[in-house]
Write a protein that binds this ligand. Structure first.
Ligand code: G3P
Length: 225
């Protein structure tokens, strides 16, 4: 499973990719509006920060298929690199996905809330489908089960489309979708601290440090070898 950052803040992403094994950045319209910046500067700044090889997913705000395609081409031309257009899972979106794939533009089908939406988008040619895990849980749907069904059907029908799960509130949701076979997840930058943190790790390190200092003081192995 690969990890992505759900963010439009280049500075936050820069700090994250310095430390964590992140393979790309996803944005959505809400995340972008939170930054309150000029769109072109925001997105080109993000591309500059992550470089050409990392995935950058940007959502269309068009609702009609041909307009979605035109917007995707404009965004891809402006941002370059490993670009994905996010297309909502609507009927017009399905048409747009087919047209975009004819033009070799990478597509993430987004705002997925059901297994059949995911299957249709995969059949249309989407590279990723993005189920919204916590938003499903919020309406009492077994979100982990939905991700599991999508993974099962993609395997069953040998579909190359990958699952990029989004919308999380806790580490257990992340772990559960990973176990279900989600190929990728996207998380807000601060969430990564929750994923790596464990109090027992801190406790273990405190114990090692105490034992070491009791014998060798402040010297480190590299100073002593
Ligand atoms: O990027 C889409 C998704 O991550 C947003 O979900 O629940 O965090 O608003 P949420």
């Amino acid at each position: 499973m690969i990890y992505l950052a759900d963010s439009a803040c280049a500075e936050a992403v820069r700090g994250l990719i310095d430390l964590f094994p992140i393979e790309g950045v996803t944005t959505n319209p809400t995340i972008i509006t939170r930054e309150k910046g000029e769109l072109s500067a925001l997105l080109t700044g993000m591309r500059k920060t992550i470089g050409p090889d990392m995935m950058l997913h940007v959502q269309t705000m068009q609702t009609e298929a041909c307009a979605m395609v035109r917007e995707a081409i404009a965004l891809k031309d402006a941002l370059g690199g490993n670009f994905y257009i996010k297309i909502p899972a609507t009927a017009q979106g399905l048409k747009a996905i087919r047209l975009l794939k004819q033009q070799n533009i990478q597509v993430t089908a987004t705002a997925i809330f059901s297994t059949q939406q995911a299957l249709l988008c995969a059949r249309a040619g989407a590279d990723f489908v993005a189920p919204y895990v916590n938003k499903l849980s919020d309406i009492c749907v077994n979100a982990i089960g939905v991700v599991g069904e999508i993974a099962q059907l993609f395997r069953e029908f040998s579909l190359p489309t990958r699952i990029l799960s989004a919308s999380f509130r806790n580490v257990d949701q992340v772990n559960q979708v990973a176990l279900m076979g989600s190929h990728a997840i996207t998380l807000p930058v601060p969430f990564y601290d929750k994923l790596i943190y464990h109090p027992m790790t801190d406790l273990a390190l405190e114990g090692f440090d105490k034992d070491w200092q009791g014998v060798y003081g402040e010297k480190k192995p590299g100073d002593m070898i």
